[in-house]
Design a protein around this ligand. Structure first.
Ligand code: PRP
Length: 205
């Protein structure tokens, strides 16, 4: 079975829950992207790409619900996982807080272009979306955007950059993802994995 995990903030939690579920996975060394371990193969991908790998054939993955929604990935989600809790929010400089309804024509920097588009459309407000790949908080600081849509966990990054959270767009959690064909073809094996993880969650191990 091939399992794809996200590099970055969800990696440690992912490895921990799989280890507790009895799937002994060696942490990849150096810049390794594939680690073989018995009948499991652990793959490492960028967080934003994990649902894409699962949709296109990797059996199982762990990803944030923000990314699954943004990518509109067609994957099966058997479980929400008890880590990676944060939120996707609209944030702006504290000196220029503006109601969403008043943001017509504003420039919004984000990695989440789809979710941002949907959010503003739902409010009937047309904005210009600037797609960036990370460190989004920089954009309003240097004046290339009026606001951002990004993940907020502790709020430290916003505070450190003079930004305030104006509105929560969605709650985010880590999810277990399963490829739709694997779910049918490898049902026993995948069901066994899901049950083991459920047990870990239930017993708070
Ligand atoms: C994320 C996010 C914020 C920060 C929020 O960035 O984009 O910058 O974490 O966390 P906080 O509220 O606890 O400060 P990440 O470090 O994942 O990398 P990125 O900036 O490349 O997206």
């Amino acid at each position: 079975m091939r399992i794809v995990l996200p590099k970055g903030r969800l990696f440690q939690g992912s490895l921990e829950i799989l280890t507790k579920a009895g799937i002994g996975l060696k942490s990849p060394e150096n810049r390794e992207l594939i680690v073989k371990n018995g009948r499991y193969e652990l793959l490492l991908a960028r967080a934003f790409d994990v649902p894409v790998y699962v949709e296109h054939g990797i059996d199982v993955g762990i990803s944030g619900s923000d990314v699954v929604e943004e990518r509109e990935s067609d994957v099966f989600v058997p479980l929400e996982l008890p880590f990676g809790k944060c939120r996707l929010s609209l944030a702006m400089p504290k000196e220029s807080i503006t109601d969403v309804e008043e943001m017509e024509g504003f420039r919004i920097a984000t990695k989440y272009t789809n979710l941002t588009k949907k959010f503003f459309e739902s409010k009937g407000v047309e904005v210009e979306i600037i797609k960036l790949s990370g460190a989004i908080e920089l954009a309003p600081k240097v004046g290339i955007a009026d606001a951002i849509v990004d993940v907020v966990e502790t709020g430290n990054t916003l505070r450190a950059n003079g930004l305030v959270e104006a509105e929560k767009i969605m709650d985010v959690s880590a999810l277990l993802l399963v490829n739709r064909i694997s779910q049918k073809m490898k049902f026993e094996e995948i069901n066994d994995l899901v049950l083991r993880i459920k047990k870990v969650i239930r017993e708070g191990l």
